[in-house]
Design a protein around this ligand. Structure first.
Ligand SMILES: Nc1ncnc2c1ncn2[C@@H]1O[C@H](COP(=O)(O)OP(=O)(O)OP(=O)(O)O)[C@@H](O)[C@H]1O
Length: 259
């Protein structure tokens, strides 16, 4: 499944090129189309340009942010431009690697309400939105707790709830399994698998990518060097070696059925 499904892709990146102000070019014409409801892993070694790409999706970097570069980003048919930036930001929810960057209010419920309240939701509508987001991440019982009293796994899911509460069209998760124990990882996987939202999962965790994402895009030195079924990419020893990816001990993608 990719861009050739009916209707516009949820996320379309075309010819994205970018150099940082110090002149270092980091993206060289990146193309990526993610269909509605698709879950895609964005893989690549350190320094490949993954974070730089993600920062373009929300206009933190790129022409919209006053930088130079080329290419375009389209979310749900709406092209990212200065005029559309607030709306595109509403449509792309980024779950940061450190949950504490997204949890800063006295209670989890306050944190989850923050985004939709900012967007103008009030009263029962706001309460429903918060309840639904917390239920979606299996944290319905912690709304009144202080975020710092949650486990690391719960904090990760609470940060996800703060983003889900804004009803994004595309969810971008930056290293979602970092610092999670096996149980926390499984709980997060269950939550993500049950969401209908389009997901781009930036990760070094190849086992998680294989488990969660039918499709993977491999970025290296600012270029998409492979895009296809995760099982196929991770079964290609030469590709993995060429781009400094290593499967964890015991993981055998070929043992999984194709598709
Ligand atoms: N503000 C900056 N100014 C100049 N170069 C930068 C800046 N931020 C990142 N870079 C460089 O851009 C390249 C890509 O970095 P980026 O963080 O996008 O890669 P990444 O794939 O997310 O890496 P990682 O897996 O380590 O998070 C790296 O060489 C990095 O040093």
């Amino acid at each position: 499944m990719s861009a050739d499904v009916e209707g516009p892709p949820s996320l379309l990146v075309e010819g994205l090129a970018f150099a940082y102000p110090d002149g270092r070019q980091v993206l060289f014409g990146v193309d990526l189309a993610v269909a509605p409801g698709e879950r895609v892993a964005l893989l690549g070694p350190n320094g490949a340009g993954k974070t730089t790409l993600v920062l373009h999706l929300v206009g933190v970097l790129g022409a919209v942010a006053g930088g130079t570069g080329a290419g375009r980003v389209v979310v749900g048919g709406l092209e990212l431009a200065r005029r559309t930036l607030p709306e595109v930001r509403r449509r792309v929810g980024v779950v940061l690697q450190d949950p504490d960057d997204q949890l800063f209010l006295p209670t989890v419920g306050d944190d989850v309400a923050f985004g939709p309240a900012n967007a103008g939701l009030r009263g029962e509508d706001l309460r429903d939105r918060v309840d639904r987001a917390l239920a979606d991440v299996a944290l319905g019982d912690v709304a009144d707790r202080a975020p710092h009293h949650l486990s690391q796994g719960q904090r990760r899911r609470a940060a996800l709830a703060t983003v889900l509460a804004t009803d994004p069209e595309v969810l971008v998760l930056d290293e979602p399994t970092a610092n999670l124990d096996p149980a926390g990882r499984r709980e997060l996987a269950d939550v993500l698998a049950a969401l209908a939202t389009t997901q781009l999962v930036v990760t070094h965790d190849l086992s998680f990518a294989l488990q969660m994402c039918p499709r993977a895009v491999l970025l290296d030195e600012g270029r998409v060097v492979a895009d296809g079924p995760t099982r196929d990419l991770l079964s290609d020893d030469a590709l993995l070696r060429a781009h400094r990816l290593e499967l964890p001990f015991g993981l055998d993608p070929r043992a999984l059925p194709p598709g």
